[in-house]
Design a protein around this ligand. Structure first.
Ligand code: G3P
Length: 214
């Protein structure tokens, strides 16, 4: 199981890397817009920091635009993966980029049928958004289970799942139990994963008791 950092912030990415939690990085336009600097420069810096895949999203929504932007982004570094929104023009672009050896991630997946289309188009990764489904009283984890079954039962579909829009440590635990290929996790949730009040109480108690030996 790989864990990626869902962030464009270089400090968050470095901190996750120190803990072995940066097998890759996913960004999106919203995350990059939070950082200072030019879009391409921000991605270049991330690619220097992380040896695994770094996912960079195209802004175009038409076939020609997506293909040409995808090719430009792919020049940034060898580890760039092109993130493309789940639209028909995007799926056409996935096929072209794949034929040129460029890895793609079809993002904004909210249904199993969308995941099938993306896999058939040749996407290297499909990226279902859990949290945003939970936000509208749908079940993000259930969708992940269905997409995983489809890919496990149809090994001719050579597509990996990246579970995104992860909001809680419990999402991470449930997805790990399911055996999802890749989880992309925000820095905040990575921090929350290590927290437990009983750990804090235990440390405090041991420190107090160890006073005797000082
Ligand atoms: O990488 C995209 C995804 O993780 C977005 O998450 O929390 O904005 O729904 P969120």
């Amino acid at each position: 199981m790989d864990i990626y950092v869902d962030s464009a912030n270089i400090n968050e990415i470095r901190q996750a890397k120190e803990l072995g939690l940066a097998d890759g990085v996913t960004t999106n336009p919203t995350l990059v817009a939070k950082e200072n600097g030019e879009f391409t420069d921000i991605l270049k810096d991330i690619c220097k920091e992380v040896s695994g895949p770094v996912h960079a999203e195209v802004l175009s929504l038409d076939f020609e635009g997506i293909v040409s932007e995808g090719k430009e982004l792919a020049k940034i570094a060898d580890n760039i993966v092109i993130k493309i929104p789940m639209i028909e023009e995007g799926l056409k672009a996935v096929r072209v980029l794949r034929s040129e050896g460029i890895d793609t991630n079809v993002t904004l997946i909210f249904s199993a049928s969308q995941a099938i289309l993306a896999a058939k188009a040749g996407a290297t990764y499909v990226c279902p958004f859990l949290g945003r489904l939970d936000d509208i009283s749908s079940d993000g984890l259930e969708l992940l289970g269905v997409i995983r079954s489809i890919l496990v039962n149809n090994p001719d579909l050579e597509t990996k799942i990246i579970a995104a829009s992860i909001r809680t440590p419990n999402h991470v635990v449930e997805l790990s139990t399911m055996g999802v290929d890749i989880l992309t996790v925000p820095a905040k949730v990575l921090k929350q994963m290590g927290k437990h009040p009983l750990t804090d109480i235990g440390i405090e108690q041991f420190a107090k008791d160890a006073e005797k030996f000082k």
